[in-house]
Design a protein around this ligand. Structure first.
Ligand code: KG4
Ligand code: ZN
Length: 354
């Protein structure tokens, strides 16, 4: 082993690259814990007028942003490519055209500099985001990932053994926030805007439905019931428009008690997330719950889950808001753990959209 390589391994510096959806991100993290830089370029304004992510726009914007974002992450960390131990990159899941931009950049650097390439699962990195900021390892635990594309519970035995135990039947929680925000005349992404409006509203003013899984007569209930948010979204739609499906939506300024609708909807989402998460922790006899993904920024979710967990004798950990939404620090941090375990890939590594 050359002196350069052995020093680089000792330093434990990993460059993380993330481009699975609508954020181009790069970060440098030392030994999976010390975040030296985390650069995120959001495309949200480009997608705002469409009310959601447009894959073609996302792919092209990643292409423009990827190299400047990587340069910025390295220079903010004051780290050169020669000092890196490895490059970690999101390979799944996500938009294929977006994933390929980050993966191609990572492969190019890996080949040019002889650096190991570490593929990372985006959802597992959302799980790890809450762990990377903790003093002590929280595993084994239950993890709730709530983002724009995913809402699922995981049994995480270790950073390298993360098993999905249930998911949503339809919309993700963040997607429900984005769709209801559209109904309320708010912009994209909808979660932060609903949360802001809801601060002035009464969460108990309207009783929107919380999903209860149906059980087949005679069959035992599922061990980990799934989530569902489309009924809740439809309930808000009918509330705003009345029962006449052909009636147009009222213009935003004419929606009565808009802030109470926002707060009551937000509370319904939070209730639908908190109870199954704690039930899963009890079922699996773990004393820690991690939460990740963009919706983990939500203040009502943070407060309600933390309080309910405390009552149940369970610890709940959320990442700092910057590491809830898509970022590359979580990719680099989990990438280090995978690198230590020898989970490196060749230049034929594939991107997998699902
Ligand atoms: O994890 P993320 O950045 O991207 C995906 O992987 O999807 O999550 C984005 C989602 C969006 O749906 C956005 O509306 C939601 O997270 N979000 C929030 C909040 N901040 C972001 N939802 C509720 N409350 C928030 N404060
Ligand atoms: Zn994400």
């Amino acid at each position: 082993m050359s002196a350069r390589t052995s020093n680089a391994l000792d330093a434990g510096l990993v460059l993380g690259i993330e481009s699975s959806c609508d954020e181009t991100a790069a970060a440098v993290v030392r030994r999976g814990r010390e975040i030296l830089s985390s650069v995120v370029e959001s495309q949200a304004p480009l997608h705002a007028e469409f009310g959601g992510v447009v894959p073609e726009i996302a792919g092209r914007s990643h292409l423009r942003a990827i190299l400047p974002v990587i340069d910025a992450a390295l220079s903010q960390a004051q780290v050169g490519l020669d000092q890196l131990s490895a490059i970690a990159v999101t390979t799944q899941p996500g938009l294929i055209g977006s994933l390929l931009v980050g993966l191609s950049a990572a492969k190019g650097l890996s080949f040019a500099r002889g650096l190991p390439l570490v593929p990372v699962d985006h959802i597992e990195a959302h799980v790890y985001a809450a762990a990377m900021e903790l003093e002590r390892e929280p595993f084994p635990c239950v993890a709730l990932v709530v983002s724009g594309g995913h809402t699922a519970l995981y049994h995480a035995r270790s950073p390298l053994a993360i098993e999905r135990i249930c998911a949503t039947l339809d919309d993700a929680a963040g997607e429900a926030f984005d769709k209801v925000a559209y109904l309320l005349g708010l912009g994209y992404p909808g979660g932060p805007q609903i949360a802001r409006l809801a601060e002035h509203g009464d969460p108990r003013r309207f009783e929107f439905p919380r999903y209860r899984p149906r059980t087949t007569r005679g069959a035992p209930p599922p061990r980990f019931p799934p989530f569902s948010f489309s009924g809740l979204k439809t309930a808000v739609l009918y509330h705003l428009r009345g029962q006449n499906a052909a009636a147009p939506l009222p213009p935003p300024e004419q929606i009565p008690e808009r802030e109470h609708v926002a707060a009551s909807f937000e509370q319904a989402v939070v209730d639908a997330l908190v109870a199954p998460t704690l039930a899963a922790a009890r079922e699996l006899q773990v004393s820690t719950v991690l939460v990740g993904g963009g919706v983990a920024c939500n203040r009502r979710l943070r407060t309600c889950l933390t309080a309910a967990a405390q009552t149940a004798g369970i610890r709940a950990h959320f990442p700092s808001p910057a590491y809830c939404t898509d970022n590359a620090a979580m990719i680099a941090a989990l990438g280090w753990r995978r690198f230590e375990a020898g989970l490196v890939a060749g230049l034929d590594a594939d991107a997998r959209p699902n």
